[in-house]
Design a binder for this molecule. Structure first.
Ligand code: AOF
Ligand code: ZN
Length: 368
């Protein structure tokens, strides 16, 4: 049964850290699956390592066991996620670890997937394997915040990204917004896009900026789904967004001609009811979770960013601030229309970092 965290040794910590580091190699590719790493150690030597690369391909444990071969017998396996117990696209890792004769399994966290949820470790323990969970759990939770969110809350992890001036402006009054931040900050944004399952924006941004919302200047084997909240279906069929497939438009507009023109351009259209003049963002997120989206990145103007924040749906906030002054009256990060100082939103700052001349503040509304 799970042992006390205090019983883990420095060696245990080191091997689990290695497992987390190699799990990160799957950062951009495992979706909808979690990022998982596995290190197998026997007599103080690493005899096998593996990480999950893509859904449908072997899990981390299977790669590590293949490398270890006979040396897995009597060894300890460090896994960043509880070994699975179910037949999914691949057979159960708990069975593979048992068949290989592993003596001890340490997981960083339990698998929140209801198909597993403790059964993987229970099966191992029932067969006489020493099992423990919770080693470097905080890091494991952070690495898979999106997968966990989808499993536990049936909605993706929502990360809002915004770039502004020293005085919190995202554009001039005339709408001009290119470019406030520098090259290093913009390259950083591309990496966050690349790990996302979907990019979410509003029709306001599509009409004002005609963005592509794709990952550029960074090698990716999959592009995030691009999603627009477009209540009245005003996305022009000529929008740059539609130059590549993989666009989802949420709308309440029945207009068959416009729908046909956008479908012609490859967009998928999903009808939603309107709630108080707005598309219900919670339903949009639920629909994205159903499609297997773990991490969704919101890049939008003050209106949509504001509604997401006010609805309490933003889990993480990335704010890139350039050392420039744009002055009033420009556009702000999010319209919140707060009546009282008591209502102010106070995310927890987890890191501040310079990117070129810009400052990136990384904040959480939801703890990992
Ligand atoms: C593990 N090790 O490396 C991963 C696990 O469809 P499948 O067979 O790929 O199963 C996907 C589920 O397996 C996923 O939802 C999660 O619960 C677990 N992922 N488990 O033991 C791994 N990637
Ligand atoms: Zn597995």
């Amino acid at each position: 049964m799970p042992v006390n965290a205090a019983e883990f040794t420095a060696q245990d910590h080191g091997y689990m850290q290695r497992a987390i580091d190699i799990a990160a190699l799957g950062l951009y590719t495992t979706t909808p699956n979690p990022r998982v790493g596995c290190v197998i150690v026997r007599d103080g030597h690493v005899v096998g390592e593996g990480w999950h690369a893509r859904a449908g391909e072997p899990h981390a444990e299977v790669h590590a066991l293949r490398q270890a071969g006979e040396l897995a017998r009597g060894a300890t396996a460090y896994v960043t996620l509880e070994p699975c117990s179910h037949h999914g696209r691949t057979p159960p890792c708990a069975d593979a670890l048992l068949a290989a004769g592993v003596a001890r399994v340490i997981a960083a966290m339990r698998d929140p997937n209801p198909l597993v949820a403790g059964r993987g470790l229970a099966r191992l323990a029932a067969a006489g394997v020493a099992v423990a969970s919770g080693l470097l759990q905080a890091q494991a939770l952070a690495q898979n915040a999106g997968f966990i969110s989808r499993m536990v809350r049936q909605r993706p992890w929502l990360r809002l990204k915004t770039a502004c001036s020293l005085d919190g402006r995202t554009a001039l009054a005339n709408g001009e917004s290119k470019w406030i931040t520098g090259a290093a900050a913009r390259a950083d944004v591309q990496r966050w896009r690349a790990r996302s399952c979907a990019m979410l924006t509003g029709i306001g941004t599509v009409l004002a900026d005609d963005p592509q919302l794709t990952v550029r200047d960074f090698p990716v084997e999959r592009q995030p789904l691009r999603v627009v909240l477009d209540r009245e279906l005003r996305t022009p069929p000529s929008a740059k967004l539609l130059a590549m497939p993989g666009v989802l438009l949420f709308t309440a507009a029945q207009d068959a001609t416009r729908q046909a023109a956008l479908r012609e351009r490859g967009a998928e259209i999903v009808m939603l009811p309107v709630a108080g003049n707005r598309l219900p963002l919670a339903m949009v997120l639920a629909a994205l979770a159903q499609r297997g989206c773990n991490e969704v990145m919101l890049e939008a103007g003050a209106t949509l960013a504001g509604s997401a924040l006010r609805a309490g749906l933003v889990d993480e906030l990335l704010l890139y601030q350039a050392p420039v002054l744009l002055g009033d009256p420009g556009r702000g990060v999010a319209s919140l229309e707060l009546a009282s100082m008591q209502d102010k939103l106070v995310p927890r700052v987890i890191e501040r970092r310079m990117l070129g001349d810009d400052l990136r503040t990384h904040m959480l509304f939801t703890p990992y």
